[in-house]
Design a protein around this ligand. Structure first.
Ligand code: GDP
Length: 443
């Protein structure tokens, strides 16, 4: 997602940055290129036009032209405009009302509504909310059963299916059950159609009338590009949407739908679906997405992911070992695992010789996961004794490990060297006062 757009914009900014001073003509030329890049990424024409006008005005009107690093200033202006285009930051679900709060999902068939309903219910459950799901989709065969299956998988209750009942009736029954049984949130998965049509809209309105949702979320498939924009437009004209969820952000969509959605609906993008699995959903952070598009690093998201991936236990164990100046293959392995999880490095490895570079390379996509997986495979091929005492590894053992992991003895040596360097650093650290020294170094 956004790859080719990022590349195009990167090119534009490189050219801008390579100049000492910028003229108005430079800015205008650059903005024409930005406009083409946006259109190629499937951004709706009026949205792209507005964006470029806004940026051009800001860039020319300000003291950009007199600045020492005008290119950078333009990048900043474009970044801010992108953030604005994508909407306000991290919209939460509005469910703080007298329970049950009703969250209704609408959208075309196949957009990912049912899956997203279950993903959100799972998320709510994690937050300690008691959620119930109900499918109002009586058109698509087995749609209600599909939600029931997802309910079982996520351990979220679904409204029992009563054959032949119509959507409005189901919604009434769901509401009553949710009230009686003390649910915090009721998730309504509505029917979709292949195309926007009046019958669909009427049904949605009727359901909204009786269930009075706090949230009406439009689920849109980001892979549908320009079509997604038209769909969003139609829906937002008919029902009072409160937000948008973009699915299939894991796919290779060019990103235009994401970029146009806010302008077209006037509503924030609240979540992004990033896979078929039921935990493949993320809050949508405009600042981070803008950062990603411009290739300016995604530090916030990296830190958040790190916080999730570093298990408390792991951290404590590491701290204890650090205090003793110890660092064996098991420690190296957990650092590698963190690198894989967060697409970057753990705080510890980040300061190790050679690892910082690896981190940057990873972040730039230059080192792929396979390198890390290979290292992990080598450690897996070691015996527990070898892992605890890597100095045991003689030539014979190295050959065995290389064979076992499908690598070469050179690879094994590289791994050992890396471990050695980290261990040395660790010992130095201990001399500097262990964990306190580490904290001081990390600032
Ligand atoms: P509905 O007709 O709108 O209810 O759509 P479904 O929830 O049945 O989803 C249709 C298909 O899209 C299913 O195969 C889902 O697994 C898949 N899907 C939904 N969301 C995502 C997503 O964010 N990423 C990917 N890769 N697939 C998704």
């Amino acid at each position: 997602m956004f790859d080719s757009l990022s590349e195009r914009l990167g090119g534009v900014f490189d050219r801008l940055r390579s100049r000492g001073a910028l003229t108005e003509a430079d800015v205008r030329t650059a903005m024409r290129e930005v406009r083409v890049a946006l259109l190629e990424a499937d951004v709706a024409l009026p949205v792209a036009r507005k964006f470029v006008d806004q940026v051009t005005e800001a860039a020319i009107g300000q003291n950009v032209l007199r600045s020492v690093t005008p290119g950078q200033q333009v990048v900043k202006i474009v970044h801010d405009a992108l953030v604005e285009m994508l909407g306000p930051d991290t919209a939460e679900l509005e469910i703080d009302v007298t329970p049950p709060a009703v969250v209704m999902l609408v959208g075309l068939q196949g957009s990912g509504k049912t899956t997203t309903t279950a993903k959100l219910a799972k998320l709510l459950k994690k937050q300690g909310k008691k959620a119930m799901m109900a499918s109002l989709d009586v058109n698509r065969p087995a749609a209600q059963e599909q939600l029931e299956v997802l309910g079982t998988q996520t351990e979220v209750n679904t409204l029992p299916i009563v054959k032949g009942q119509q959507p409005v009736e189901i919604a009434k029954r769901a509401l009553q059950s949710a009230k009686l049984q003390g649910y915090d949130v009721l998730m309504l998965d509505t029917a979709g159609r292949l195309h926007v049509d009046q019958a669909l809209m009427d049904e949605m309105k009727a359901v909204a009338d009786i269930s009075k949702p706090q949230e009406i979320l439009l689920v849109v498939d980001s892979l549908t590009g320009q079509d997604a924009v038209n769909v969003a437009q139609s829906f937002s004209e008919q029902v009072p949407l409160t937000g948008v969820i973009l699915t299939r952000m894991d796919g290779d969509a060019r990103g235009g739908a994401a970029l146009s959605m806010r302008s077209v609906t006037g509503k924030p993008i609240k979540f992004a679906g990033v896979g078929e699995k039921l935990d493949a959903i993320e809050p949508f952070h405009p600042k981070r997405v803008a950062g990603r598009i411009l290739g300016m690093g995604d530090v916030v998201s990296l830190v958040e992911k790190a916080a999730q991936s570093i298990e408390q236990e792991d951290a404590e164990r590491m701290a204890q070992r650090l205090a003793k100046g110890k660092f064996d293959m098991n420690d190296l392995r957990s650092q590698l695992a963190q690198m894989r999880n967060m697409g970057g490095l753990g705080a510890l490895a980040g300061m190790m010789p050679g690892m910082k570079k690896a981190q940057q390379a990873m972040a730039n996509g230059a080192v792929d996961e396979r390198v890390l997986l290979r290292m992990d495979a080598m450690i897996t091929s070691m015996t527990p004794k070898e892992r605890a005492k890597p100095e045991l590894l003689n030539a014979k053992r190295k050959i065995r490990i290389a064979k076992g992991s499908g690598t070469t003895v050179q690879d094994v040596n590289k791994l050992l060297k890396m471990h050695q360097e980290m261990q040395t650093a660790m010992k130095k650290l201990k001399k500097m006062g262990g964990i306190k020294g580490l904290m001081a170094m990390l600032g």
